[in-house]
Design a binder for this molecule. Sequence first.
Ligand SMILES: NC(=O)c1ccc[n+]([C@@H]2O[C@H](COP(=O)([O-])OP(=O)(O)OC[C@H]3O[C@@H](n4cnc5c(N)ncnc54)[C@H](O)[C@@H]3O)[C@@H](O)[C@H]2O)c1
Length: 447
Amino acid sequence: MSPQFEELKEKIENKKVRLCIIGLGQVGLPTALSFANSGFSVTGVDINEELVSKINNGIPPFEEENLQEFIKNNQTNKRFHASVKIEESIQDSDVIIVCVATPITEDVRPDMKNLKAVCDSLGDYNLNEKLILIESSLPPGTFEGLILPSIQKADQICWSCYVPERLVPGHAFSEIKDAPRLIGELDSESGVLAQELYKTIVNAEIVLTTFKVAEISKLVENTYRDVNIALANEIGIICEKYGIDFDELSRVCNSHPRVNLHQAGPGVGGPCLPKDPHLLLNPFNSEKIDSDIILNARKINDTMPNHVIDLIKRSFQEKNKELKDSAIAILGTAYKANVSDTRFSPAKEIIGKLLDLGCKIKVNDPNTESAFGGAYSKNVLDTIENSDLMIMLTDHDEYSELDLKALKEIMNEEPILVDTKRIFDKHEADDAGFLYVSVGYHNLKEN
Ligand SMILES: NC(=O)c1ccc[n+]([C@@H]2O[C@H](COP(=O)([O-])OP(=O)(O)OC[C@H]3O[C@@H](n4cnc5c(N)ncnc54)[C@H](O)[C@@H]3O)[C@@H](O)[C@H]2O)c1
């Protein structure tokens, strides 16, 4: 082991290293604050000036448990600040953690421009005796093909690992602390340094592997979930054909010790699941890989909004009501419960299609004002009042407290409830006087 390695290791153990986190989004900001909470001095860097100024003014840029409190505490104790100055922050730090977004393009290819920009910056500066960690999700081969050529310089020693993030937005801080953490090491010195660092914020197991396995495993974990949700969605549609309830089926099937049927729903959104299967099949600078099951799962999940529209049309037929000019209340545009993130949310397509069909759309979401062209109201009862149909697209906690009998009173005659997230009990909805419809359960006539 080199003396430089021993020195950096000791500085990490004593929390004397200065950290620079590049990219202050849903992953980077909670990561930066987790290290600051644990006693490190952290600079967060982002190209988005508005975001940086919000954070430095103590305003949380998105919905996340404890975010405001942690920003304020760490600003007060001067352990954390945000900056747009990437060069200065890289030079002043001992450890650099990259958390920029790695999205996909319209034609579902990896969009590497954020990561390339960061690699250009890293390539321009002296990285001698620094530890460079990458948390962004990567198309396989990126660590070796893009990151390493940017950071490895003939006259300098630096260490590096790929440390994919597994957090769930909304519970980022507890997930960073309690979820087993994967470290994909470049070499054993890098692996030891990364372990020492993450041990300070992770209470769970740290799983060590090669960077190649870590790159792929991150994507396979999300692909596994996407494929399983697609299976649940397909089985939900089969349940509708057989006239049984998917929830009851799932309760029964999941009593089998080796079965874990996922939940059927309106489709899949968020920053990871719709994207990571495509990253998996698009290795860095190589030919696209084909996979029937993965691509079909993506297709099934992407077509679920159409299925929801079909259920809405059939519900209106059942009630002999016209869809055109009807009043529809959309509850939830965030892609999942209790978050504000609307990336790839199925709500976007569902609202767009209903607007095309001539419906009048009112939208409520307690965590975001994104309404995708509908009329937003912060007040859930105002949104539902005088509507013909209400559709639950996100299972935010607030919604489970709604009183169906009281809602029936403020809605139009013969109200319809399309509960894609199974928030309400179907019998209670029946008793309250709703036509109750869900993905995987309804009593509607065939078209
Ligand atoms: N959000 C999640 O739940 C989650 C979970 C696991 C992994 N990931 C992965 O983590 C990575 C980050 O995701 P996110 O959700 O935090 O993204 P995000 O879009 O919320 O944040 C990314 C941030 O990076 C900044 N950025 C872009 N280019 C930059 C540059 N050149 N220099 C400095 N800042 C730059 C953006 O302005 C943005 O604030 C992605 O690869 C994602 O796939 C996300």
